[in-house]
Design a protein around this ligand. Structure first.
Ligand SMILES: NC(=O)C1=CN([C@@H]2O[C@H](COP(=O)(O)OP(=O)(O)OC[C@H]3O[C@@H](n4cnc5c(N)ncnc54)[C@H](OP(=O)(O)O)[C@@H]3O)[C@@H](O)[C@H]2O)C=CC1
Ligand SMILES: O=C(O)[C@@H]1CCC=N1
Length: 286
């Protein structure tokens, strides 16, 4: 997905974070989206980025695509960086941090976007007192339309928190939360895009079922979801009030709502977020 959706162009304006080198250790789906968005939105220039993956062929492909140094050498990338993003699978995070220990100094910032892994576990693996920030972004970061929740570890300075927030502001909104909320954030906004794609896909399928061409149905479903989300964010009205404004007495919407309630959409979504949150609590342990 990350290769196809955005067309990457070399940035020309000054970087928004000058003089800082950022390493992304684990440049998969989420890391790749962030890397692309940092470049596209001029947060960093290619020479300010180091990235790593597990497979050399993937490193070559990413390197060629973004004119960024991509290798399989986490330690070397960490040595070159002031801010080290951790984007490997949750179970791999402690081992990768232990691997880069020789590169860690108290002035470096470890910025993990792995689900589930606590800042205390990262601090322990690092073996020195250094700033650790835990983040939970989501894939709409690709269009700078994401939301990232951030929380700080024990040794983070206000300047480091500011840098972490600036990095993720490039890819959408940010919110700072207490670490105890991070697994719930993961279940809601980290996993949420997948849930909403299913809703959009189902709405489009419904449109096809009532006779619309598929491309028209998909456009109607996606734009309706986008516009409705904007209404919540930009008017500040409670979603229930906005729903009431659509629902004409004895009209068609209320008949549709009856079906949704009978089908348990509300409860199903609540259960989906709860299950994803529970899983987020377990992931770090494998
Ligand atoms: N996908 C999402 O929507 C979100 C994911 N996250 C978090 O992001 C992290 C990655 O998830 P995701 O991007 O989906 O998964 P991917 O499997 O796409 O990415 C994992 C990446 O890690 C690389 N990798 C594996 N082992 C190493 C290693 N030892 N050193 C360096 N790189 C390594 C892989 O390399 P290779 O490509 O060569 O296999 C791959 O690029 C997870 O911790 C997840 O919780 C957080 C928020 C949202
Ligand atoms: O599914 C996952 O585990 C990751 C974390 C949130 C979104 N994707």
């Amino acid at each position: 997905m990350q290769e196809d959706i955005l067309t990457y162009e070399l940035p020309t304006a000054p970087a928004a974070l000058p003089g800082i080198t950022v390493a992304v250790l684990g440049t998969g789906k989420m890391g790749g989206i962030l890397l692309q968005a940092f470049l596209k939105n001029n947060l960093l220039h290619p020479e300010q980025i180091r990235a790593t993956v597990a497979h050399p062929d993937r490193a070559h492909a990413l390197s060629a695509q973004y004119s960024v140094e991509v290798t399989t050498d986490n330690l070397e990338a960490a040595r070159a960086a002031d801010v080290i993003l951790l984007g490997v699978k949750p179970i791999q995070v402690p081992a990768v941090v232990e691997q880069i220990r020789p590169a860690l100094t108290p002035d470096k910032l470890l910025l993990s976007f792995a689900a589930s892994v606590k800042t205390s576990a990262i601090e322990q693996a690092a073996g020195i007192d250094l700033g650790v920030v835990r983040a939970m972004p989501n894939t709409p970061a690709m269009l700078a339309a994401g939301i990232t929740a951030l929380c700080s570890g024990r040794f983070v300075t206000p300047q480091q928190m500011d840098i972490a927030q600036r990095i993720f502001s490039t890819v959408g909104r940010t919110v700072i939360v207490d670490e105890k909320h991070m697994d719930a954030v993961t279940g809601l906004s980290g996993s949420g895009p997948a849930f909403l794609y299913i809703v959009i896909e189902a709405l489009a399928e419904a449109g096809v079922n009532v006779g619309l061409p598929r491309d028209v149905a998909t456009q109607l479903a996606a734009q309706t979801t986008y516009g409705s989300a904007r209404m919540v964010l930009e008017t500040g009205y409670h979603p229930a009030l906005l729903k009431d404004a659509v629902t004409t007495p004895a009209g068609c919407t209320v008949d549709g709502i009856l079906e949704l309630e009978e089908g348990g959409l509300r409860v199903t979504l609540i259960k989906a977020v709860k299950r994803a949150t529970q899983r987020a609590r377990e992931l770090a342990a494998g």
